[in-house]
Ligand binder design. Structure first.
Ligand SMILES: [Zn+2]
Length: 190
């Protein structure tokens, strides 16, 4: 049985058993929170449990490294929509130790892509079109610095209202322990 079929089979029994009943909630985040975090699989259940977040409590935006690459890209757009459309009034930027985007080896990623049939010509063509694939793929040297930069970017964003508190946190992906890097209430970087 393939993965999709397994998922569909489970879905059918989930519906039959009304597994959804315990997850019923509204579109507005109950805790008025929007969270930008990493797609790391270790955080999938650990992060909400460690922060006492249940279905309906927060809007989650996830990507590789909890990085904002473009101030007007989809991550910030999602945060803006969460604030103005869904009444979120605090933002948590949550990175984590041992992140895959820390010191990501771009050469290795490109090698893997080519081994899977991506032509080197594609990279050259994109380069000629002004798209810097290396920059696009690269992560960060320090997750702490990356989180602080992201918080600064959001604090200074022209479309994010100043009454929104923006915090920077770092999580241990094994234990769920949180350390505060930026306390958005005090507006100080720790
Ligand atoms: Zn990560």
């Amino acid at each position: 049985m393939n993965k999709l079929q397994e998922i569909l089979n489970h879905n059918q029994s989930f519906l039959e058993n009304k597994g959804y009943d315990v997850y019923k909630t509204s579109k507005d985040p109950n805790k008025k929170l929007v969270i930008l975090t990493c797609m790391d699989t270790r955080l999938t259940e650990l992060l909400p449990k460690a922060l006492n977040l249940k279905n309906g409590d927060a809007k989650f935006i996830k990507n590789a490294g909890a990085i904002i690459m473009d101030p007007f890209g989809s991550a910030v757009r999602s945060i803006v929509v969460a604030i103005y459309e869904f009444k979120a009034d605090e933002v948590l930027v949550i990175g984590h130790h041992g992140c895959g985007m820390s010191n990501l080896d771009v050469d290795k990623t490109l090698e893997q892509a080519m081994a899977r049939g991506i032509s080197p010509d594609v990279i050259n063509t994109l380069c000629n079109a002004g798209i810097n694939i290396r920059k696009w793929l690269q992560g960060f040297n320090s997750v702490e610095e990356s989180i602080k930069e992201t918080v600064e970017l959001l604090k200074n964003h022209p479309f994010i209202s100043k009454d929104v508190s923006i915090h920077g946190l770092i999580m241990d992906p094994e234990t769920g322990k949180i350390d505060v890097l930026v306390n958005g209430y005090e507006d100080t970087t720790l």
